[in-house]
Design a binder for this molecule. Structure first.
Ligand SMILES: C[S@@+](CC[C@H](N)C(=O)[O-])C[C@H]1O[C@@H](n2cnc3c(N)ncnc32)[C@H](O)[C@@H]1O
Length: 259
């Protein structure tokens, strides 16, 4: 049983693609006609106007894919079941922090596609987010909170390309961990917490006790005194980064132009 067979039961309900994040990912796919989506989950952010093949290890997640979604094979990033150069782009969205061997998985993305588009986050921003900093510092200790830095991901993908900030809108519809940065009461809902792995992987009683503290802070105004400045903002940089790598692929693996 994979982690997401256990924690992904309600993923399709709580984790719908946010249209602004989706537009940014689709822009990064560029002119690609063929795309492999690794760690595809229920299919969020897959483009409908290109040929897509999805790869996902969890049967629970594969079962929640919409009828008509791209074909999805059971597999892991570390060993992709495709020949070299099968795709124009390999994309992976909020998945690398779950891989058992990130370096090997990234090498596989380069092997099967000319370009790579990776949505991940700066580990330092996980621990500075108010939910973690004030209430659940234990999240920062989890392996899922410590993926390689986006700059390292780009380097491992050959070094050529760019890293974009992916701002999280105040009304973000995808329920990933920092999505509710301006809606603190959302974290009081166990169904919301079940959709974010950092929260779902900690013991329920620990999280419930800390969320009782959050409820008290919301009731007596303490949260607003500390974080009320966030309420005026339309979006926030929570550390999400889109790595758009142009330098990988068979034959050119690891080389930057001019090297
Ligand atoms: C947070 S979900 C993201 C799903 C989807 N990409 C999205 O944006 O909604 C992380 C996904 O990575 C998958 N995953 C975990 N380990 C993996 C691995 N080694 N290779 C590929 N995918 C993996 C999980 O099963 C899960 O579906």
């Amino acid at each position: 049983m994979t982690t997401y067979d256990r924690i992904g039961q309600t993923y399709a309900t709580g984790r719908r693609p946010d249209p602004r994040v989706e537009a940014q990912i689709h822009r990064a796919l560029g002119e690609a006609c063929s795309v492999v989506n690794v760690g595809a989950g229920t299919g969020s952010y897959e483009p409908a106007d290109r040929t897509v093949v999805a790869v996902e290890p969890s049967a629970t997640m594969r079962r929640q894919r919409r009828p008509g979604a791209a074909p999805c094979v059971a597999g892991v990033a570390e060993s992709l079941p495709f020949t070299d150069g099968s795709f124009d782009v390999a994309m992976t969205v909020l998945s690398i922090h779950h891989w058992t061997d990130v370096e090997r998985g990234l090498t596989e993305l380069r092997r099967v596609a000319r370009r790579q588009v990776v949505l991940s986050y700066e580990p330092v921003d996980v621990v500075s987010f108010w939910l973690v900093d004030d209430y659940l510092p234990e999240i920062g200790e989890l392996a899922v909170s410590r993926p390689p830095r986006p700059a390292e991901v780009l380097e491992r993908l050959g070094g050529a390309g760019r890293i974009e900030v992916v701002p999280v809108p105040a009304d973000c519809v995808d329920g990933f961990q920092p999505a509710h940065w301006q809606r603190p009461e959302a974290y009081l809902d166990p169904a919301v917490r079940a959709c974010a792995s950092g929260l779902a992987l900690l013991p329920d009683d620990l999280v419930a006790a800390r969320m009782a503290r959050l409820a008290a802070d919301l009731a007596d105004g303490s949260w607003h005194r500390r974080h009320g400045h966030l309420l005026d903002r339309a979006e926030l940089d929570t550390g999400f980064r889109l790595v758009v790598a142009e330098g990988g692929g068979p034959g050119g693996v690891g080389r930057r132009p001019g090297r």
